[in-house]
Design a protein around this ligand. Structure first.
Ligand code: PMP
Length: 423
């Protein structure tokens, strides 16, 4: 059923009923926040052992005093844990400080000032530089491009990754220098780049000789079900296709240990890593190795990472189930929305009636529930259909989350009914 199947009177009574519910919710003086994918305090508690590590034993396996300067590539013991997760040889993995976003920033800025291996000149002296942005996507990726005047070329994001035909068309333009991709459990739709799509992207002939795929695997091990989705081996696929320098792979422990004091990682070809380190060495003398050491001691090995992630799943999975179940109960009877049921990651992506997402966000705000602004998941904040809303269920308690999704569902129904009556 959709609202179009109802008479005007029936739509009006739905609007009256939901508006009354909305007013009652407003009276409660709620202050809830579904804006960002932050781990909850309970999730952070899982890693509290970090707070007492490394203690007095601050030397790494090679005897290096981690308190001192140096060690630009990061400690071997933490790189060894994440190299298999990133599917990159350990020699080609750099471990940094707490934000992979900062590594993405540096890669862009170094490319603009210096060009990358294979560039004819710095990207910044080209007449224009463009990046392909699968959308819906991660708003901070888009903000980085906007900050540095890199033009965004939007392509649709499907369940198995970006629309390859659209990408193939876009890369005919030599000013298209790269693309963003969140290969596993993307932000916000939870889509996973299939092996077939990854292979096509690896093999694409691009007009730019220095085309890069920024492969942001922020949610590589963040499963919400028993299904342990494996990310495509983009470095292997690109090397096999004769484009070994194409992928630049990012990851971090932000959603594994502490979001604000984790460790980030960069993996790529040996040439790209040498290039990155040569510029990084001007920016810093070395990363926070004490933090890297305590992470290595706490996580121990890849199995340690997976065991910790199972703890996160126990906390997160019921929250995602609650979101999906409330949306289903409240919205499915009216056919006014569709939503993702992700197998991992941090978000549920909700599509409401075209033209109503901004109104929905306004209504939730009036009732005390902060949501990510409508359009945030699109380049320039512009959702052409004004329909997409990102839900971040991780931070609120289960009770708060249930109330917030109820407010959201009420707002979706009001906006949909208003639109029918206005039309
Ligand atoms: N990439 C994606 C796709 C994300 O969703 C996030 C966090 N929301 C980040 C990167 C940020 O990672 P970090 O904390 O390592 O900077």
């Amino acid at each position: 059923m959709s609202l179009d199947d109802l008479s005007r009177d029936q739509v009006q009574s739905l609007l009256d009923e939901q508006t009354a519910a909305h007013s009652a919710l407003k009276q409660r003086g709620l202050k809830l926040d579904l804006t960002r994918g932050k781990p909850s305090p309970e999730q952070l508690d899982l890693s509290n052992e970090l707070l007492t590590l490394p203690g007095d034993d601050f030397r790494d396996a090679g005897g290096v005093d981690t308190r001192n300067y140096g060690g630009l590539t990061g400690l071997t013991e933490i790189r060894e844990i994440f190299a298999p997760i990133m599917q990159v040889p350990v020699e080609q993995v750099v471990a940094g400080d707490n934000a992979s976003l900062a590594m993405m920033h540096d890669n862009l800025v170094f490319a603009l000032f210096h060009g990358v291996p294979g560039s004819e000149q710095p990207w910044g002296v080209e007449e224009s530089v463009k990046f392909i942005c699968p959308a819906p996507g991660y708003d901070r990726h888009f903000a980085l491009l906007e900050e540095y005047g890199i033009e965004m070329v939007t392509v649709p994001l499907n369940d198995d990754g970006p629309d390859v035909d659209a990408v193939r068309e876009a890369v005919k333009d030599p000013s298209v220098k790269g693309m963003w991709l969140v290969p596993t459990y993307s932000n916000p739709t939870g889509s996973v780049v299939s092996e077939a799509v990854a292979a096509e992207l690896a093999a694409l002939e691009t007009a730019a000789p220095d085309f890069r795929i920024f492969w942001d695997n922020a949610y590589a091990v963040h499963h919400l079900t028993e299904q342990q989705t494996k990310t495509a081996d983009i470095l292997g696929l690109c090397s096999a296709s004769g484009h070994p320098d194409r992928p630049v792979i990012f990851a971090s422990t932000s959603k594994i240990t502490f979001a604000g004091s984790g460790v980030c990682f960069l993996g790529s070809s040996a040439d790209n890593i040498a290039w990155y380190l040569s510029h990084l060495g001007k920016r810093t003398i070395g990363p926070d190795k004490v933090n890297q050491l305590r992470h290595a001691r706490y996580l121990k090995d890849v199995d340690g990472v997976h065991a910790l992630m199972a703890g996160h799943r126990d906390i997160l999975a019921p929250k995602f189930e609650a979101v999906v179940s409330i949306l289903h109960d409240r919205l499915a009877p009216y056919g006014v929305a569709s939503w993702t049921e992700p197998k991992g990651g941090y978000f549920v992506s909700l599509d409401v009636v075209d033209g109503t997402a901004s109104r929905v966000i306004e209504l939730t705000r009036e009732a005390g529930v902060a949501m990510t602004p409508a359009g945030a998941a699109f380049p320039y904040g512009d959702d052409p259909r004004d329909r997409n809303i990102r839900i971040a269920p991780s931070y609120p308690s289960p009770d708060e989350l249930a109330v917030a999704i109820d407010v959201l569902a009420t707002s979706v129904l009001i906006a949909a009914a208003e639109q029918v009556l206005a039309g």
